[in-house]
Design a protein around this ligand. Sequence first.
Ligand code: ADP
Length: 400
Amino acid sequence: MYILVLNCGSSSVKFQLVDGRDQGCMARGLVERIGLPAPRLVYRLRDGAPLKKELSITDHAGAIAVALDMLTDPVYGVMKDKAEVVGVGHRVVHGGERFSDSVRITKEVLGEIKACERFAPLHNPHNLRGILVCQELLPGAPQVAVFDTAFHQTMPPEAYLYAIPMALYAKLKIRKYGFHGTSHKYVSEQAARVLGRPLDDLKIITCHLGNGASMAAVQGGKSVDTSMGFTPLEGLVMGTRCGDIDPACVTHIMYEEKLSPTQVDDLLNKKSGMLGLCEATSDMRDIENHAMEGLEKFRLALDIYCRRIRKYVGAYAAVLGGVDALVFTAGVGENSPIVRRMVCEDLGFLGVRLDEAKNERSELIISTGSVAVLVIPTNEELAIARDTIAVIGDGSPNIA
Ligand code: ADP
C-alpha cells in the first residue's frame, strides 16, 4: 500500500511515506547529525506541525529504524505495521553510464552502484548503505534505485564529451553526467501538463536553483544537455560551488596556495559560489536583502549569479533551436521574484516577457510573451515514489 522514499546522505536520512494509491504524502521526516553529537529527528504528518526529538543513534541503521518506528508509532504513525511498506525508492546520486532509468535493486545492481562510488565518493556509499539497511529492516519490500544521473543519459556524445584525450574517457569514464535529473524530469513533465500540450512537442529549459543549481535543455521529454558535468561542480554559480571556471585556475591556485587536490576540491565546492563572492553567506534570502540595501558586494554576486543563468538560457535556446517554456524550480527558483526577473531581463528577443505582478506572487505561469515562463515546485520524493510504483507496481491486489 505504501512506498517509502529514502534519501540517505553522509550524516542525514530524509524519508517520506507515500500512499501508493493516490500518491499523497502521508508523513515525512529528517534524521540529521548521524554519527555526530546530538543527532535528532524532525518529523511531520501530511499537514501537521513538525515534531522534534533528540536521538541516541550512531549510524544509518539506527536512523532508518527510528524513521520506521515513527511511521508505525501508535500516536504519530500512519501505518500499523512496517509490512505495509510494499516498496522502497532510494535516491542514488550516480548511476554512471549503466543506468538510464530507475531499476529494481538486485545483487547485480548493488554491484553497479558500488562501482559508481568512484564518481560520487561523498554520496553513493551512503545511498548504498541505506539500501543494505532496508534489505534487513524491510526484507519483504522490493527496492528501487532512482538515479540523479539517469535522465541525462539521453544526451548525445557531442553534449557529454569533453575535449580531452579520448583515452581518458575510455579509461576513466570522464564525461558530463549531469545531476538533479529526477527534478528536471518531474518539472518538465509538469510543465507539459500545465500547458496542456504533449511533452513530445515541447522544447523546455528547466532551471533547478537550490543550494546546488543546474539547468537542462529538454526536447520532447528527453534531456539533450545539462549544466552540471562529471561532478555537480560544473555550470551555474551555486551557494558554495564555483560552477564554470577556467580549469587552468585550479592548477594555478594549487600551485600558488600550495593546496592538495583535496584542499582545492574543498575550496571550489564549499567555499566558493555565492559564499565566496559575498564573503558572508550562501543563503539567497540574505544576499537579496543585502543587495536591496545597496551593499555592492551582494549586488555584484547576484548579477554574476543571474548572468550565468541567462547565458545558459541563450545557449540552450540555441541547442534546442527555439524554446517553448522556461521553468524555474527549487528554493530560489520557486521563491525569488528578483532572480526570475533578473534572469528574464533582456530575453525579450527570445520571446520571454514576464508579467511582473504574477512574478511577484510566484504564480504558476508568470509570462505574457511567446515563451511560457513557469514556476513549478519540484517534488523529487513524489517522482521517486512514482518511479518505484512504475517499476514494482502499486501493490494493489489484481482484480480479475
Ligand atoms: P537544497 O539544494 O539544499 O535542497 P533548496 O532547494 O531548499 O536547497 O534551496 C535553498 C535556497 O533557496 C537557499 O539559498 C535559500 O536562501 C533559497 N530560498 C528559499 N526561500 C527563498 C526566498 N523566499 N527568496 C529567495 N531565496 C529563497
